[in-house]
Write a protein that binds this ligand. Sequence first.
Ligand code: CFM
Length: 538
Amino acid sequence: MKPNPHTVKEQLLSALPKKSARKRADQIVVNEHLTDGAVPEIKANVRTTPGAITQRGCTYAGCKGVVIGPTRDILSITHGPIGCGFYSWLTRRNQTRPEGPDDANYIPYCLSTDMQDEQIVFGGEKKLRAAIEEAYELFHPKAIAIFSTCPVGLIGDDVHSVARDMKEKLGINVFGFSCEGYKGVSQSAGHHIANNQLFKHVVGTNETPRPEKFKINLLGEYNIGGDAFVIEHLFERCGITLVSTFSGNSTYDAFANSHMADLNAVMCHRSINYVAEMMEKKFGIPWIKVNFVGAEGTAKSLRHIAQYFNDAELTERVEKVISDEMTDVLKTQFAVGARCEGKTAMLFVGGSRAHHYQMLFAEMGMKTVAAGYEFAHRDDYEGRRVLPSIKVDADSRNIEQLEVLPDETRYMPRRGPDELVQLQAAGVDVAGYQGMMPEMEEGALVIDDIYHFETERLLEIYKPDIFCAGVKEKYAVQKAGIPCKQLHSYDYGGPYAGFRGAINFYNEIDRMVNTKIWQYVQAPWETAEELEMEEIAS
Ligand code: CFM
């Protein structure tokens, strides 16, 4: 029998103390389609209840790991103890492809100032300067970025003044990030901080003109498992020039030159919407939301880009690429559909994949019965229409909000107001994002910042055919006899973007949900065997 989502919500809340349950109730919502395309309000981007096991990461992770990390030729130095330093090294599956043996690639390196007691007591700026000089002598990079970890903020090291001095001394771009782990309530704060500094220190610093006709930036695509390679290839075949990606397979120069593009296509709204908005204000570059996860989403996104440029030849090429690719896509959809139709999925990941991957499941005939983001904001759930009603709390006020004005000489609106209205009328939602909930079915459960015990309850109650999350959840889920697909790292798979990626995904999920192995899994705590094992051991 289908569980009643309202009852499930009550069951989840009943495990919490009264006061916590009251607060938590607003983060668990049964989806509904209200009049006028609206959905119920959800509480998001708030602190996790102390004691709950959250999926979230920290601000440093969002800044260094997510937004800047995938760039291969910015030399990143983590200012902090070596434990945080470990995470300045490849822990996310962001791939990169240097153009040749001389093209710089610092992604395999892990640079840290390795703060010791002495720096915690007497300050770490001196050691940071020395680290920057040493790194410069070793690599001669174009740019150095410094990332602050928690103790840096606690002891008050001024990474920005160190960056200014070193920039002058070395003659290269050096900039710092106040992305101490504790700032904000999740890695989302780190995205914002990374966006601000990229915009302030890098975007618009390379004036090389771009003569191409259809120039775009792709924002919020991080090349996990090679996704960006697939998308780059699609653009190439369509005749679309990719000036810069923020930041999968990206370079410093591409960021610096990105204001030469005529359109920003935003893939992950949560992590990079700030850069899109600031570039619009300063340079007049409009942005549209795209989604290259799912074959339909890919086709629609390519079409919207073509509509934006309104060129017959481009449109023709885009249509040709779509129809060439769709033959294989439909063939696989048909094959897996026969085995997957009606199966259920749950998706609990960061800030945009919980939405995007629902499309892929839908293309396989599978249903998403529950989903949620770790750290997204209300606009990612309910759509940007709610932006004016989002209350700014103390945790958000903590993060710098840049005042951006049109550039005196370089502001050039790429489209006039009439053209924008026409685009809107043609279905290209300029500067719009409708959010996840309007696309989910009525009665689906939407849970913000899911707690681990809630995950376990959901598995028991719904017994979904697949649960999508990250490595922290994976093995607990599988011990419950349910396959878990990691949507952060793709386990060891991918790419899943574009048409080829969709086919890849259909086949993998088909295998995961149709293997019989899971029915034989019995968690140790479900049997008396544990005891017997102890007896054997003694
Ligand atoms: Fe955007 Fe991302 Fe995501 Fe994200 Fe992330 Fe990621 Fe993610 Mo892991 S930028 S919000 S901070 S799509 S690392 S590539 S998978 S939580 S859903």
